[in-house]
Ligand binder design. Structure first.
Ligand code: ATP
Length: 215
């Protein structure tokens, strides 16, 4: 259950005739470490996060979770693994505009089967930690881009996933908040032993992570 995430001989194309990405990329992302994915725009950093998060299926090659090949599993099995084991911090996190910030934060963990009453104290503490406590009753349409990104982080952390996948998590936030976000990932990896993979161009992040993988 430790969240060791591997890719082996990975290739992916968005469709017939589309550019093939990854050229047989093989890597193990270790629990307890924050790994940055970097490289020129268009190499497939975001796509790799989707593949690692079992949202996209490799054209060839495998994704393993704790040594078990999971990329070829049924939709239902992959959906279950995503809900229980993976936390996504994505830029285009589709936040329901009709739902309050607090409910957005609770949603993935409720979906994964936790009880609202058990989650509330930690959800409130996370919103506080990331400066969103005053926004708890707002709708996502009423928060800034940086706040939405921190909201996505709270959503991911609440569920205590074995694996955290983040796409440019400091892209929209100022230095102070970038430090806060990075600290959250570092704690998740070093203290809770989670596997954290962050796609980023941000030198501030690249200089501070445990490992850097260049695509
Ligand atoms: N939904 C999609 N359908 C078809 N092609 C796509 C899709 N998403 C991305 N691509 C293409 O796949 C390639 C990899 O895109 P991706 O967004 O993963 O790169 P990236 O390294 O994350 O780039 P950036 O640093 O600009 O975010 C690009 O050529 C892109 O145009």
């Amino acid at each position: 259950m430790n969240g060791q995430l591997g890719v082996h001989a990975l290739r992916f194309a968005y469709g017939r005739g589309a550019q093939e990405l990854f050229d047989g990329f093989t890597h193990d992302f270790e629990p307890g470490a924050v790994t940055a994915l970097t490289g020129p725009s268009g190499r497939g950093k975001s796509t790799l996060l989707y593949v690692l998060g079992l949202l996209l299926t490799p054209t060839s090659g495998t994704v393993t979770l704790d040594g078990v090949a999971v990329s070829g599993a049924s939709d239902a099995v992959r959906a279950g693994l995503r809900a229980k084991r993976v936390g996504f911090v994505f830029q285009d996190a589709e936040l329901d505009p009709t739902r309050r910030v607090l409910d957005s934060v609770l949603e993935p963990a409720l979906y994964a089967g936790h009880r609202r009453a058990d989650l509330l104290p930690r959800a409130t503490a996370l919103l506080e930690r990331f400066g969103l406590a005053e926004r708890a009753e707002h709708k996502p349409g009423q928060v800034s881009g940086g706040q939405a990104q921190r909201l996505a982080l709270c959503r991911a952390l609440l569920n205590e996933p074995a694996v955290i996948l983040a796409d440019e998590p400091t892209g929209n936030v100022d230095r102070a908040n970038a430090a806060l976000v990075l600290e959250a990932f570092t704690d998740a990896a070093h203290e809770a032993g989670r596997t954290v993979v962050v796609a980023t161009h941000d030198p501030f992040v690249l200089e501070r992570v445990d490992a850097v993988v260049t695509l």
